[in-house]
Design a protein around this ligand. Structure first.
Ligand code: SF4
Length: 339
């Protein structure tokens, strides 16, 4: 069955925090959220979907859902439950902060058909969390992840790369820890400096220097590889316009690239291929190289603007490169052949 998210954006409601990189307050200032319109939004969306053949999950995104006014949260969950009870929606997913998770909250979520909790973890380094004014420690995230998993929810870990004070090692370690904590999926957001945020002031003072696009791609690919090696799906890399966050004109600094996800995965594949290609360099010279991959991965192996393909052809003197999908190859894996 096809999975479809029915997104309801909850702009910054309930979030008393001001993480230095966050522009949600600015976005929410320009957005009008009316909880009573949620029902009509759901109805309109459902009219466009074949609910017999699709699994529809109602997704409360933006802000910190479990931190909003309790009455509002119960109202929204109650609306979702009505649609679950009549079989038009399968379950609910929501995003929140680690410090807004406790057993009582999880009781409420469980009773209202929530299946997926996306946790904005951002970093597992206390030094980075402090520099970003996240207002909680890595230990808070560990406890929240364990509680969520023990209660049987699906857990998606959201992390960021290139945050203030963060190093590529911090990001790699964050990904490793998320895997260890049992996340079922991840999102990786490279940091952008948005106008109106504290990070903009820090950047303008010269105290934050965003990495180049190439460095950002590298360090994000390094974090991505941790999930890829464990076949944990990374459901999003980078901001998109559909997040209400990806419009380039709100970005003051940072290597924004709308194709960031594709570039990161391409870099991952090139890093994966390189040791194999180096070890077979003499054998593949002048030959046709065939790379087999999982379904849907061909363009990522060839690379954004064919970067990987050109690199392989030029650096390894390969006569021709074919990339083919093959049944039985696990996502993010490849096999190499030549003739
Ligand atoms: S990143 Fe999340 S927790 Fe931080 S200020 Fe923005 S909405 Fe609040």
């Amino acid at each position: 069955m096809r999975h479809i998210n029915l997104p309801i954006f909850i702009p910054h409601l309930g979030c008393p925090n001001d993480c230095v990189f966050c522009n949600q307050r600015k976005i929410s200032g320009t957005m009008c959220f009316n909880k009573t319109s949620v029902k009509s939004d759901i109805e309109r969306f459902l009219e466009t979907v074949d609910t017999e053949n699709c699994e529809v999950q109602l997704a409360f995104f933006g802000g910190s859902f479990t931190g909003i006014d309790r009455e509002d949260m119960l109202y929204l969950l109650g609306v979702a439950k009505e649609y679950i009870d009549i079989g038009l929606i399968s379950s609910v997913r929501l995003s929140t902060r680690p410090d807004y998770i406790d057993e009582e909250i999880l009781d409420i979520l469980e009773a209202h058909g929530v299946r997926t909790i996306e946790l904005g973890i951002q970093s597992m380094s206390d030094k980075v969390l402090c520099a970003c004014k996240r207002g909680h420690t890595a230990d808070t995230s560990r406890k929240a992840c364990r509680m969520i998993k023990e209660r049987g929810f699906e857990l998606i870990g959201q992390m960021m790369t290139a945050l203030p004070a963060s190093t590529p090692e911090d990001e790699h370690n964050t990904a490793v820890e998320l895997v260890t904590l049992g996340v079922d999926g991840a999102r990786i957001y490279p940091t952008m400096v948005f106008s109106g945020t504290e990070l903009e002031d820090i950047y303008l003072k010269g105290d934050y220097i965003p990495p180049s696009l190439s460095d950002l791609t590298d360090r994000t690919a390094r974090a991505f590889s941790v999930f890829a090696r464990m076949q944990i799906p990374v459901i999003r890399i980078g901001l998109q316009a559909s997040d209400g966050l990806g419009e380039e004109d709100g970005i003051v600094a940072g290597a924004y690239e709308s194709a960031m996800g594709e570039m990161v995965i391409s870099r991952y594949y090139m890093n994966y291929l390189t040791p194999f290609l180096n070890s077979m360099k003499k054998d593949i010279e002048g030959k046709e190289l065939i790379i087999h991959c999982a379904k849907g991965e061909i363009s990522k192996i060839i690379g954004h603007k064919q970067t990987n393909k050109l690199k392989i052809l030029n650096e390894y003197n390969v006569k021709k490169l074919k990339v083919l999908e093959k049944d039985g190859i696990i996502l993010y894996n490849i096999s190499i052949d030549y003739n």
